[in-house]
Design a protein around this ligand. Structure first.
Ligand SMILES: Nc1ncnc2c1ncn2[C@@H]1O[C@H](COP(=O)(O)OP(=O)(O)OP(=O)(O)O)[C@@H](O)[C@H]1O
Length: 303
């Protein structure tokens, strides 16, 4: 049984088709990335998985429970960390988490787990503080804890690291990795491709309400047989005409060439430069990353 099974899901808002027939499954125990440019339909899909928005067509099941006909059971299997920070400002952190656990029918037996999460998320000293006294980053961590109070086997994080500082990103990364290691299925949407590359085993790229690709991160990275060659030319040196069409960018005063490995072996490019008498100060190569592939697939939209 998949952790999440999505079949034929469509959703329109008036004339706008936000989801145009989505079909895929997320396996139990997977660390899954859901990526796509703004407006691709990620949040709509997450809301449908969480049973908060109804699909026009199709079905979704979480751990075998249909999110419509078996809503309560499906919801109990799922924790969602939403994008937006919405809280009652007067509730104290620990109390709020205990109340949240109560919604899922969990009583005092969940209290040690709540304290453990507060500890892991570096919130222990804020347990007695009202939500309004917390910084944005702390509130985000409380959202994570709130989604996990009932120890769901499947967790969806909708851009948990958007706009947070490096230290908090690290805390959240290690927390997510830990959950995954313990067997939780983790679904992550993120604008940080580096984060997806680092954490996710498999990635679906959504664009215009459709799944454009769904592959392992390795397959996705291996998809484009090219490399980048970054050259720092000596002062006054000019790139030969024959190489100009290969320029993909000019980062920090150097030029970057995008080379198809079959057509433009690096050695032959360096030979062309040598024959043209172009003096080079520094050479650097890199493999494509998810960002490069994403740009190719979605036509340069932002993640
Ligand atoms: N409640 C709504 N009413 C009308 N249109 C909506 C509603 N919710 C979403 N949309 C539209 O549906 C499309 C998909 O939006 P969605 O929020 O699912 O995309 P997204 O991939 O999550 O984008 P982002 O990365 O910006 O959050 C967008 O064009 C959006 O404007």
């Amino acid at each position: 049984m998949p952790a999440v099974a999505i079949s034929g899901v469509r959703k329109s808002y008036g004339p706008l088709q936000a989801l145009r027939g989505i079909d895929f499954s997320i396996r139990q125990g997977e660390f899954f990335g859901l990526l796509g440019p703004n407006g691709a339909g990620k949040s709509t899909l997450i809301s449908i998985i969480a049973g908060l928005v109804g699909a026009d067509a199709g079905t979704v099941a979480v751990m075998g429970h249909d999110t419509v006909s078996d809503f309560r059971a499906a919801r109990r299997k799922l924790g969602v960390v939403p994008q937006e920070l919405v809280f009652d400002p007067f509730f104290k952190v620990r109390d709020m988490l205990r109340i949240q656990a109560g919604y899922y029918g969990c009583g005092k037996e969940s209290w040690p787990w709540i304290d453990e999460m507060l500890e892991r998320l570096d919130l222990a000293d804020k347990a007695g503080s009202p939500m309004r006294a917390l910084s944005g980053g702390m509130k985000r961590r409380v959202l994570v804890a709130q989604a996990l109070v009932h120890k769901p086997p499947v967790v969806i994080l909708d851009e948990p690291t958007a706009g947070v500082d490096v230290e908090l990103r690290r805390t959240l990364w290690s927390f997510m990795t830990d959950l995954h290691r313990k067997g939780t299925t983790v679904v992550l949407t993120t604008h940080y491709l580096e984060e997806a590359q680092e954490l996710c085993e498999r990635i679906a790229i959504l664009d215009h309400g459709q799944v454009q690709v769904i592959e392992t991160t390795q397959q996705l990275l291996a998809r484009h047989p090219f490399r980048f060659l970054r050259l720092k030319l000596a002062a006054g040196a000019v790139l030969p005409e024959s190489l100009r069409a290969l320029v993909s960018g000019e980062p920090n005063g150097s030029v970057e060439l995008k080379l198809e490995t079959a057509r433009h072996p690096i050695a032959s490019v360096l030979e062309t430069l040598r024959l043209a008498g172009v003096a080079i100060e520094d050479v650097h190569t890199r493999d494509p990353d998810l960002e490069d592939i994403f740009v190719e697939l979605t036509g340069g939209d932002d993640a």
